[in-house]
Design a protein around this ligand. Structure first.
Ligand SMILES: CSCC[C@H](NC=O)C(=O)N[C@@H](Cc1ccccc1)C(=O)O
Length: 646
């Protein structure tokens, strides 16, 4: 896979399907012996422990090696993310990295041999380096140094060079280096002095597509011709008003830049910029956001992902016929990480759904079967014991319709009303999407209704909806959470008196805001949530410089909006908090600093309100060590059982 495709995939964070049916899982025990207490009096399904849920393997990554025999996969089966080679003949995978501390993520095979690139940070500090692993198993840091962050930018079509972006020269901005695949010598090809984001590099290495964030509603695209005398970035989207632009990819011949823009309606569409004629034309549009678009190496196949009401609708188009490629029957779910072998005869992908973690599949183009290479659900678990979400919509305080994903436990009924938890995503502009979540399924399995609310400000529902929370954070979006609770109280299978709220990061912020600014909830779980916006916005990581202004436009500038930011920061209103709280934090989090949680916990404690605090020394903004994820999950369940059930 060439570099533009790779960048698109990384940007979309999308992994990727049909199959000869997997062997049926062994029958589940009547009840998982170690399962903690259950909410419902009459369980309809066996309950599984947090450990069982997290013994489900999380896998992603789909680079196919030079001879089309193996896929580079990142898996947490060793207890931490490590890189594996999964043979396409179905034989046992080989572990390529052996970390027991830091998560290691596979990036790409080398195009001509068995070397591979991977990336890792240190304990979740997000200071990733790029490493090469040679065929003999030895490794080398290609981006040595302190306090730098680096990322892979893709392969040149000559297969002899690849690109890396690093902020080693100026920790605010990422320069682009071209590396030799032979001896790893490198040269800087673009010095970034004004905060461009490097979106894509053309397969022939001649063009860079850069974006510049002007505000949280407006961004422009620039093109750099590295062969021109003047390598100054040229603005190619000189539009008036607030319009977002970001590059998806170049075409295989490097003649067109395909980019996303919300300038033609509510949703992102894919447009093409012809570099020679400088003309723009519509390339692909849908009723929802086009989330990602990329091509196979020769351009024969185009892969497009559309974010249709919180799930990914993926299509593979044969560009020579314009027809959609129809895959043979495969397990139900969303496709992720579609990738092709060099000869484009083999297709690999993942299938993921609410009731099934991602499984790796491959298809020989034209053959009748999709082959399933993995079986990632933990041994003993049955998919039918898990729960498929439904998309629900409710009216908020101002009659705005707000969507969310609702998980109804099997044991819930009008005769057996269950407690409920509203969970809130990060961002603020993120989105709760369909797909397997051990965190959600474990709590649902133990009898909690889970409602993932996509409050105003979430992405995926058009630009108007996205901007409805601007500078209204902790106010209008918080009211959506309150109205989500009122909606839950209309359901005859939910106990209206036992509703908690939880969330991570921005969702952790709204959780604490719900407890500090309303009396609606019976308990809250704050997972590395922002509690003091003035401090958080003053201490953002240096490498966020290119969108600092956008962040300040959206949330407020700590230098000038201090009063409002203090008004909406739960830390300064902790005396209003009257219900139990669980706080979970990683000590190395560079976005929401540990002090945010330390001070929140101390303030709640001073209120004489029950507060529990779980702090992980070896984690950042998200938990990657399996033992920590299990510990956090057990803490969520024990806390909810203690304060919502007992
Ligand atoms: C307005 S985007 C903030 C950056 C980023 N967004 C993507 O999720 C992010 O990390 N957000 C945090 C919350 C946060 C916001 C602003 C400053 C620090 C942290 C999150 O994961 O929710």
């Amino acid at each position: 896979m060439r570099l533009t495709s790779m960048l698109s995939i990384i940007a979309a964070s999308v992994l990727l399907v049909a199959c000869s049916k997997p062997e049926p899982e062994p029958a589940a025990p009547a009840s998982d012996a170690e399962a903690t207490q259950q909410v419902a009096a009459t369980p309809a399904v066996p309950t599984y422990s947090a450990e069982t849920f997290f013994n489900t393997e999380t896998i992603f990554g789909s680079s196919i090696n030079h001879d089309g025999t193996a896929v580079l996969v990142t898996s947490d089966k060793s207890g931490i993310f490590n890189v594996y080679s999964y043979p396409l003949d179905g034989s046992e995978p080989t572990q390529l990295t052996n970390s027991t501390t830091d998560a290691m993520m596979g990036v790409s095979w080398f195009p001509q041999d068995g070397r591979m690139l991977y990336t890792a940070d240190q304990g979740g500090n997000e200071l990733n380096h790029v490493y090469v692993r040679l065929e003999d198993g030895s490794t080398q840091d290609l981006t040595p140094g302190e306090n730098l962050k680096a990322m892979f930018g893709g392969w040149h079509e000559d297969d002899m060079h690849f690109y890396v972006m690093t902020n080693e020269r100026d920790n605010r901005y990422f320069d682009v280096y071209q590396y030799s695949a032979e001896d790893y010598s490198r040269e800087m090809v673009f010095e970034n002095n004004t905060g461009f984001n490097v979106d894509a590099i053309s397969p022939n290495g001649r063009y860079l597509a850069l974006s510049r964030t002007n505000s949280n509603a407006d961004s422009d695209l620039f093109l750099v011709d590295l062969e021109a005398e003047n390598v100054e970035p040229k603005l190619i989207t000189p539009t008036d008003g607030n319009i977002q632009h970001n590059a998806y990819t170049f075409t295989h011949d490097s003649n067109l830049l395909i980019y996303g823009t919300d300038g033609h309606g509510e949703f992102y569409q894919a447009w093409a910029y012809d570099i020679a004629s400088e003309e723009h034309s519509e390339h692909f549009a849908a009723d929802w956001d086009v989330s990602f678009l990329y091509f196979s190496d020769s351009g024969k196949y185009q892969v497009v992902g559309v974010n249709a009401d919180a799930r990914t609708e993926l299509s593979i188009i044969d560009t020579t016929t314009g027809q959609e490629v129809m895959l043979p029957e495969h397990p139900p779910g969303d496709l992720r990480g579609v990738n092709f072998s060099d000869d484009e005869q083999t297709l690999v992908f993942y299938v993921n759904s609410d009731v099934s973690p991602s499984n790796l599949m491959f298809w020989q183009v034209g053959s009748e079967n999709v082959v399933q290479l993995t079986n990632t659900l933990a041994e003993g678990m049955q998919p039918e014991h898990l729960v498929q979400s439904t998309v629900e919509r409710f009216e908020s305080f101002d009659e705005l319709t707000v969507p969310g994903l609702l998980y109804k436990p099997h044991q819930a009924s009008a005769e057996n009303r269950v407690p409920a938890v509203i969970f809130i995503h990060g961002g603020p502009g993120g989105q709760t999407r369909q797909g397997y979540s051990a965190m959600v399924q474990h709590l649902v399995n133990h009898g909690y209704a889970m409602f993932g609310v996509n409050n105003r400000g979430s992405s995926g529902y058009g630009k108007t909806f996205f901007h409805l929370d601007d500078q209204r954070h902790g106010e209008d979006d918080l009211q959506d959470i309150v109205y989500a609770k009122k909606y839950l109280q209309t359901l005859d299978w939910v106990d209206p008196q036992r509703i908690a709220v939880m969330g991570g990061s921005y969702g952790g912020y709204l959780t604490m805001a719900a407890l500090a600014f309303t009396n609606e909830f019976d308990a809250g779980i704050n997972i590395f949530g922002v509690t003091n916006w003035v401090r958080t916005l003053e201490s953002i990581p240096p490498w966020w410089e290119s969108f600092r202004q956008s962040l300040y436009d959206e949330l407020g500038d700590p230098a000038t909006d201090g009063e409002r930011l203090r008004r909406i920061s739960p830390l300064f209103h902790a005396d209003n908090i009257k219900v139990p709280v669980l706080v979970v934090q990683g000590a190395n989090d560079p976005r929401v600093l540990q002090v945010e949680s330390d001070e929140m916990v101390a303030a709640i404690r001073a209120n004489k309100v029950p507060v529990e605090y779980v702090l992980f020394d070896d984690e950042g903004h998200g938990f990657s060590v399996k033992a920590n994820r299990i510990e956090a999950q057990e803490a969520y369940l024990n806390f909810l059982n203690t304060y919502l059930v007992e």
